[in-house]
Design a protein around this ligand. Structure first.
Ligand code: SAM
Ligand code: GLN
Length: 289
């Protein structure tokens, strides 16, 4: 069978499973098996696959049929145009999180702060920390995660993207492993899915991605309830806390900031699908609030 026929057949097979982008999946998997890019596939669509190539493609397709995300099968995911290694030890970085990164880069004067210090809580694959280190060459970043397995992946991604010398990866619960110091910016995409929504997630997410990266108690607010008040102790006066949030959590988060009384300029931003996605707030100047 030719490359074109393999793609056609696999597209049909995957579309019967209700996957959202069956042709793209088929092309990405075949391109990866052949160590080529998708353009190469179009140009060579009439070429036959060798038996070994057809077999390795077959294994990949079988994994996809069981719902395994393409990024885990390929072992990589692009985020902010950088390449990240991913496997089931880490959440696959989402395009939504690029909106959070955009907001961090919009913090007034961020590129000019000398000795800029940033804290990333729940770094996972290291996506946020690595991109910020890449975009802000003077930044020193501390990144924590409860999962040592995730931190091993994150450290590899920092090496791969040549920013390892400016990121300290620390294992532990949120702020616990952070040696006390004040940061200019604290950023986090913590788990925020509530128990009800978690049960409704697709097989691709629920059966393959780490549960502890997503689930955050009955109302999805467990992490924010700790991060919002505690971050105030780790932020310089005028420093910014930026959080990725679930689209139905805006009012709860707004209430949490107000109740804490230590922030002002609380602002929210939607993602490109018009869902509330980022909360940002500024540490008040006086610690008394
Ligand atoms: N920052 C990555 C991103 O944006 O793609 C991963 C975000 S994922 C939604 C949340 C991360 O928080 C996971 O890597 C998980 O291991 C970590 N995590 C869960 N509980 C934690 C805790 N108590 N302290 C620190 N990290 C935690
Ligand atoms: N946006 C992610 C999802 O829908 C959730 C990320 C998180 O809990 N931080 O799978």
């Amino acid at each position: 069978m030719t490359i074109g026929q393999h793609i056609e057949g696999t597209t049909n097979l995957l579309s019967t499973l209700g996957l959202s982008a069956p042709r793209l999946d088929a092309e990405l998997l075949l391109a990866s098996c052949l160590k080529k890019d998708r353009t190469w596939l179009y140009i060579h669509s009439g070429q036959e696959l060798s038996p070994a190539e057809a077999e390795s493609f077959g294994f990949c397709v079988a994994r996809r049929q069981k719902g395994e995300p393409v990024a885990y099968i390929l072992g990589c995911k692009e985020f902010w145009s950088l390449d990240f290694a991913v496997d089931p030890r880490v959440l696959i970085p989402r395009p939504d999180t690029e909106v959070l990164v955009e907001e961090v880069l919009k913090v007034p004067g961020i590129g000019k702060i000398s000795g800029l210090k940033i804290l990333d809580l729940g770094t996972g694959s290291g996506a946020i920390a690595v991109v910020l280190a890449h975009e802000l060459p003077d930044a020193r970043i501390t990144a924590t995660d409860i999962s040592p397995e995730a931190l091993a992946v994150a450290a590899g991604n920092a090496e791969k993207n040549r920013v390892a010398d400016r990121i300290a990866f620390l294992k532990g619960n949120l702020f616990d492993p952070v040696r006390y110091c004040l940061f200019d910016v604290i950023v986090s995409n913590p788990p925020y899915i509530d128990a009800g929504d978690y049960a409704q997630l697709s097989v691709e997410v629920k059966n393959f991605e780490p549960r502890e990266a997503l689930l955050a108690g009955d109302d999805g607010m467990d992490f924010y309830k700790v991060i919002v008040p505690r971050a105030a102790c780790y932020l310089k006066a005028g420093g910014w806390l930026l959080l990725e949030i679930g689209d139905r959590q805006k009012d709860l988060i707004e209430g949490l900031f107000r109740q804490t009384g230590l922030y002002h300029d609380v602002i929210f931003r939607k993602d490109y699908a018009e869902r509330w996605r980022v909360a940002a707030a500024r540490r008040k100047e006086e610690k008394s609030g």
